[in-house]
Design a binder for this molecule. Sequence first.
Ligand code: GAR
Length: 206
Amino acid sequence: MKKNKIGVLLSGRGSNFRAILENTKKGYIKNTEIAVVISDKSDAGGLQYAKQENIPSFFVNLKEFQNRDKYEEKIIDILKNHEVDLVVLAGYMKIIGENFVKNFKNRIMNIHPALLPSFPGLHSQKKAIKYGVRYSGCTVHFVDEKMDHGPIILQAVVPVLQKDTEETLSIKILKEEHKIYSEAIKLFFEGKLEIRGRKVFIKGRD
Ligand code: GAR
């Protein structure tokens, strides 16, 4: 049977990528493989790990392209050449353009370290602490044309204690990220996610 194929985009250490890879190997996410890893940073830890694991991996340097659209066309090309069914943004720190979204409509997921729509953008954990919220967490959502905005698939909640620092909160949230990202991907490939407007319905649950 033909395997489902994931394309991962990342910019950093790649712990979410590693957790997802582990869950494909273990069979928690069934009949699925990570077909390709792409990074916009040459020194991303996740890129090194992909090489170690013999997963096709590419560094795509924005500076080598005339503009952002051309840069993204290259990424789209790589994803299509590897017959990717689902694009997973795992700590990819660039905004996704309209053409990219159109090419993979409802087939791009992102994870964000806050309970969206609170604290979109960068430094979400720091912002959550500064604001004084009692709870934060993480969100897996489909990607649309706006940043950290598309239909929400899953969220996990983490308590924020007065003694928490950006670092301790990030660690607590990351632990949940590693669980819910794989769960969302599993649901996607089981055909259990149905997008209706802004909402995602999970078959058998909602
Ligand atoms: C994760 O916390 C992820 O939620 C965040 O970057 C980190 C990447 O860690 N993503 C964003 O902030 C995107 N807006 P990782 O490289 O270890 O997976």
